[in-house]
Write a protein that binds this ligand. Structure first.
Ligand SMILES: C[S@@+](CC[C@H](N)C(=O)[O-])C[C@H]1O[C@@H](n2cnc3c(N)ncnc32)[C@H](O)[C@@H]1O
Length: 281
């Protein structure tokens, strides 16, 4: 049930994650960071430290990081950028995350590519923990369920395959499975987080941070198609009895066509993400 992530996949997505993040969220956060004289950051589900590598050069002054992940192998790969103190905690976010927010008196609680894995209940506990410690929150790159193929990277016209929608619905159903923190919010997570942090009294910005991929990102696009194929097949296997082998064949044929699109060297692919910034009122 618990989610494991291949470091090669995290490395592949990191440059695209960094270039996709909402610049406005970062500049609002940097202003608040300076004005508040903040220094303590808790990063939830840190993986190999992509969020740390993005934020460290953009937040001035002393930065004391607490990184939490249940995968010790991923955390061991994190190297501390100059001018940062880094504490690593191997633990489950279900409990450890909230303890770390309280104990470290975090000024900022952050995560990247995490919220779509969590449940509504976990999110509510998180917002309450942030409010109690007066922490700001930044959750980057939450998948929002949108996948759109286009004729070319610089051509906004859609280039749909008849089965894009069929596969996307299966992938999004797969996203809702329990990843260890309760039934996952999947594509609903960004909107739900916005409502939850507003209700907790925060000023909230929910901003678009889509991946815009083209032929230069073929390796990531290819990995996505492979991952979507596997997820859709798994979702179909678990679906009520009406899903049969014809549906599985449809998914496999779709994946073959989309691998050919990528190999053809002319395509655009947008994958929707959202960045959420919540500042104490
Ligand atoms: C999609 S990865 C993102 C990693 C990193 N933040 C990044 O942007 O590259 C999600 C991370 O959350 C961690 N994770 C997922 N569920 C967890 C849980 N219940 N407790 C602790 N860590 C968890 C995974 O081990 C993984 O490193």
């Amino acid at each position: 049930m618990s989610a494991t992530f291949d470091p090669a996949w995290l490395a592949l997505r990191e440059p695209i994650d960094h270039r996709s993040r909402a610049a406005a969220a970062m500049s609002l956060l940097a202003q608040a960071w300076r004005a508040g004289g903040w220094s303590r950051i808790v990063d939830l589900g840190s993986g190999t430290g992509s969020n740390l590598r993005y934020l460290a050069p953009r937040l001035p002054g002393i930065r004391r990081w607490t990184l939490i992940d249940h995968d010790a192998g991923l955390l061991a790969r994190v190297t501390a950028p100059e001018g940062t103190e880094v504490r690593r905690i191997v633990g489950d976010l279900a409990a450890t995350g909230m303890d770390a927010i309280r104990e470290s008196e975090a000024d900022l609680v952050t995560a990247s590519a995490l919220l779509d894995l969590v449940s509504k209940e976990w999110l509510e506990t998180l917002a309450a923990a942030c409010r109690r410690s007066g922490s700001a929150a930044l959750f980057a790159l939450t998948y929002d369920g949108a996948i759109q193929w286009r004729a070319a990277a610089d051509d906004p016209r859609p280039a749909d395959d008849p089965d894009d929608g069929f596969v996307r619905r299966s992938v999004n159903a797969h996203q809702r499975r329990d990843k260890g923190l309760g039934p996952a919010l999947g594509p609903m997570a960004g909107l739900r987080a916005e409502t939850t942090f507003r209700a907790a009294g925060y000023r909230v910005w929910l901003l678009l941070s889509p991946w815009r991929l083209g032929p230069g990102d073929a390796a990531l696009a290819r990995a996505l198609v492979d991952g979507w194929e596997a997820a859709a097949l798994e979702a179909l296997r678990e679906a009520p009895a009406q899903a049969g082998s014809a549906d599985a064949d449809r998914v496999r044929a779709w994946a073959e066509r989309r691998r050919a699109t990528i190999a053809g060297g002319r395509f655009g692919l947008t994958v929707g993400h959202l960045d959420l910034l919540a500042l104490p009122a």
